[in-house]
Write a protein that binds this ligand. Structure first.
Ligand code: PLP
Length: 386
């Protein structure tokens, strides 16, 4: 379908032109006010207009907007230090998006395997219904057939495991496999948290076979689920973790972290990116970590998520099949098209996301208040009752 905008027709635009944000609210060019249950698809974790984030970003932009990665700067170093401290990982590579983070994680895993085992141990397992990005490799990693069209040839070296099917994993975890990548909660795939037993068994088998365990925390990481990382719900330790979205709070960032085992895998020239670790973006991200990755903030996110889920679960309607997720990453599975609910919500002053045809996805700013949660839930109830 084409549009008459100067933009390529890659998105189905909703009929709203946003001009301003304040806290957990957005305003359009006609003066309409919306409660935001999307946060720019999990990006605006601090909402709109956080004073400390703005201060940090504007201070840095007026002092040093960019340096090449052949030089060091204190903002990039400060963020990296904080990231490895909070996550208890060993090293980080900073880039610009989730796809770029996953692409780098795949390269890191393959290099580790090549150095240790030589050629032919390069396969990366991913889960069906997953989403890992739009570059050619991450699109191939994405375990959904609908994304594997048009852009042939796709890169080789990927295989797909049914989520929560440990036998399928065992069958595919052969000696060509160097890594498995998975989301603790499959976001785009319909907001499906993985089963605990599955994650544990995968973890044990990975340790035994030296298969690297990569968690894609692009959507569910950095406090979104009420823990720093979604995988913490499973008490496992990945070798590589990827981040993006909410870490930037509105500016583009991505990154992948590795444990000590992989800390010496990359050498100068093995990987790089011009904008990665940009000091402006890093100073904003540091504020995000300081504000959201504290015990108190995470507890509040978890409680607000429970509260929103309980409000939604109490809506008496056969249209709602399931309400699931952790923290403020919530999916409502419905028997009607989720896009219809999204349109009606927009008319009533609430912005929501979809995840496939039948799941309404809610990713509010992590600083949203209880009152705003109640107001949003009331709008959803009203739409469902209609
Ligand atoms: C789990 C996951 N991984 C990767 C990506 C890709 O991130 P980006 O759009 O920043 O490239 C997304 C985006 O939605 C995602 O949800």
């Amino acid at each position: 379908m084409s549009n008459n905008l100067p933009l390529m027709s890659t998105y189905s635009y909703l009929p709203v032109n946003l001009v301003k944000g304040e806290g957990s609210y957005l305003f359009d060019d006609k003066g309409n006010k919306y409660i935001d249950f999307t946060s720019g698809i999990g990006v605006n974790s601090l909402g709109y207009g956080d004073k400390d984030w703005i201060q940090a970003v504007t201070d840095t932009v007026s002092t040093l907007q960019h340096t090449s990665n052949i030089f060091l700067n204190e903002k990039t170093l400060a963020l990296s230090e904080k990231l490895v401290e909070i996550t208890k990982m060993n090293k980080v590579f900073l880039c610009n998006s989730g796809a770029e983070a996953n692409e780098g994680a795949i390269k890191l895993a393959r290099k580790y395997s090549f150095d240790k085992y030589g050629l032919n141990r390069h396969k990366v397992l991913t889960l069906k219904q997953s989403f890992h990005g739009r570059t050619l490799a991450t699109l191939t990693a994405t375990g959904q057939d609908k994304f594997h069209n048009y852009f042939f040839p796709f890169p080789g070296g990927f295989d797909y495991v049914e989520a929560n099917n440990i036998q399928d994993f065992k069958n595919k975890a052969n000696n060509e496999v160097c890594a498995i990548i998975m989301e603790a909660i499959q976001g785009e795939g319909g907001v499906h948290p993985l089963n605990s037993d599955f994650v544990h068994e995968v973890y044990e088998i990975c340790k035994e076979k030296d298969i690297l365990l990569i968690f894609d925390e692009v959507q569910c990481g950095i406090g979104r689920t009420g823990k720093v990382f979604g995988y913490e719900y499973y008490d496992v330790k990945p070798d590589i973790v990827t981040v993006a979205k909410g870490l930037g709070a509105g500016l583009p960032i991505g990154g992948f972290l590795c444990n000590e085992k992989l800390s010496q895998t990359f050498n100068p020239g093995d990987h790089g990116t011009t904008f990665g670790g940009n000091p402006v973006v890093c100073s904003g991200a540091l504020v995000v970590l300081e504000k959201l990755c504290t015990e108190q903030a995470l507890k509040e996110i978890e409680e607000k998520g429970q509260y929103l889920k309980s409000l939604l679960k109490n809506i008496p309607s056969p249209i709602i099949k399931d309400v699931r997720g952790n923290g403020l990453m919530i999916g409502i599975e419905v028997t009607v098209p989720s896009s219809e609910i999204q349109k009606k919500a927009l008319e009533k002053g609430l912005l929501v996301l979809t995840a496939g045809k039948n799941v309404v996805r809610l990713l509010p700013p992590l600083v949203i208040s209880k009152e705003e949660i109640e107001a949003g839930a009331r709008i959803i109830e009203c739409i469902i009752n209609e």
